[in-house]
Design a protein around this ligand. Structure first.
Ligand SMILES: [Zn+2]
Length: 266
């Protein structure tokens, strides 16, 4: 895929440059991609919402022109996470499939979210999001837990497809029981950022088998030095990715229970 290849080349080029902020160690960079590449991908992934793009805008079905790239680049990764523009949201390549190495420092593809994009698509407040939610019985054979997810962009249908496929893997049952959560209107712990769980597009698997960077470092410091760990089997990751979900286990700030509908990154 041309977009994927271009992203990959730009990311490699960006990674090869020495970071001005860190003296040692692998450090992931942010690389803005053209509005043409990102706009085309968004139109393909979200046809109910995104109908075009122009010089520096994404064009929504209701004619809203959402600015793509702001002039100023961020001095630090923490600043990009806290105050991103839409271009930042697509600035890191998500590595589909088996991870070849632990994520480099600051490699969090999908963790940077330009919040107005999500509010506009899934609901601007809790009441608006709730109107779009529907109940799904998660893994009816193995688990049978009722969960709430959004119908927007057919996320409920994707979750049902994932659930059906996982239900054929009894060996995975421990990871799939006691779902940690789906919809919850809240901020990310220790931040003013809206959690992706607020939009009904996200599912956390069994907390018992999960690793989360904040639990390990007992901190919320984005610049903390973290040691990666994971116990979630690759089969689960592959089934989610096949259906348009990214996995928080591919982030330097790892969150291995977390899967989120972001087909534009895959
Ligand atoms: Zn989560």
């Amino acid at each position: 895929m041309r977009f994927g290849v271009a992203l990959c080349i730009m990311l490699i080029a960006a990674t090869l440059r020495a970071s001005p902020h860190k003296k040692a160690g692998r450090q992931a960079q942010l690389a803005h991609h053209s509005v043409v590449a990102v706009g085309a991908k968004l139109m393909q992934c979200y046809p109910d919402f995104i109908i075009g793009y122009s010089r520096n805008c994404i064009i929504w079905k209701d004619s809203t022109r959402m600015p793509y790239e702001v002039a100023e680049r961020h001095a630090t990764f923490a600043d990009a996470v806290d105050n991103p523009c839409l271009a930042d949201q697509f600035s890191q390549k998500y590595p589909k499939g088996i991870l070849k190495a632990n994520p480099a420092k600051g490699a969090d593809p999908g963790r940077i979210r330009y919040e107005p994009f999500f509010y506009k698509m899934y609901g601007k407040d809790q009441a608006a999001v709730r109107k779009n939610l529907t109940e799904v019985v998660w893994c009816p054979k193995l688990v049978g837990q009722k969960i709430l997810v959004t119908k927007v962009n057919g996320v409920d249908k994707k979750i049902r497809a994932i659930s059906r496929e996982l239900d054929r893997h009894p060996e995975l049952k421990p990871y799939l029981t006691d779902i940690g959560g789906t919809f919850c209107w809240r901020n990310i712990n220790g931040t003013n950022r809206q959690s992706a769980h607020s939009f009904g597009t996200t599912i956390d698997l069994n907390v018992k088998w999960s690793a989360y960077w904040q639990w390990d470092c007992k901190c919320t410091d984005e610049d903390a030095n973290l040691g990666y760990r994971n116990r979630i089997p690759q089969t689960i990751v592959d089934i989610f990715e096949k259906n348009g979900f990214i996995w928080g286990g591919k982030w330097y700030h790892y969150d291995t229970m977390h899967f989120e509908y972001r087909p534009d990154l895959l």
